[in-house]
Design a protein around this ligand. Sequence first.
Ligand code: AMP
Ligand code: MN
Ligand code: MN
Ligand code: MN
Length: 288
Amino acid sequence: MTGYDLHTHSRASDGVYAPDALVARAAAAGIRTLALTDHDTTAGLAEGQAAARQHGLQLVAGVEISVTWEKRTLHLVGLAIDPTHAPLAAGLLELQQIRAQRARTIGQRLEKAGLPGIYEEACRLAGDGMMTRTHFAACIARRGLAADMRDVFNRYLSTGKPGHVPTCWVAMETAIGWIRGAGGIAVLAHPQRYKLSGGWLRRLAGEFRDMGGEAVEVLSGTAAPGDVQASADLARRHGLLASCGSDFHGPDEAWPKLGRLPALPAGLTPVWECWRAASPPPAPRPWP
Ligand code: AMP
Ligand code: MN
Ligand code: MN
Ligand code: MN
């Protein structure tokens, strides 16, 4: 285990735990450096930082930004960002408005598909956090309409299904600009999840690097063993740093356990060797 987990979610978006509870769990799991990377929001970071000080772990300020590239939705993780940087904050606000509108449309479509009150139920579940498809999926699963979360996505929320709403997020270059402007490092998240061919993935990684992207998530909680090798090759070929993150959302069996990540494959430079944030993460206190 590396002691680093650079991709996690809290209740500020679609995670199960509040930021302070997430940090407590991470500390108990032996994580020494944790990035909180909620979808299109930095709202959980202040609470996370306070908890990190209590638990003696290093919290890296992060975000997972939804981008559109070649008509596909991709995710970029921003690490060691300054969340108060005005262009980043304004950009995230735009994405939050897109999310709110999209959630209303998802609700209307699911309602038509025979799920009355689903929007209100998903809103209650999300609370103050970003509305994501995960919230709709959890509500649908609770109604017993699918076997598990994956099944819900396949039946209701994936492309071509009743609750699917094609969404135009932000351009990849714009999101990279926000992250870099905020002193952070842009990471291409879970590259093997996009169902791209090898050729498309190489094109993506090349364009991402040319736009100022610096790292690729080589170890992701949801990756299969072959995926790790493919992502490692991508990092080497394009001269990208390597990141690792569980993409932890909660104790659900469908997701990996927080921080159970092996070491990075040899020959890669870990992203944490290159923090160059405007305000670098605080040094961790000695581990008890
Ligand atoms: P959104 O950004 O609102 O489209 O929601 C995307 C989130 O849905 C991802 O970050 C995952 O947490 C979750 N998700 C996507 N696909 C699946 C799946 N097949 N099973 C479970 N959760 C999923
Ligand atoms: Mn998510
Ligand atoms: Mn993601
Ligand atoms: Mn994620």
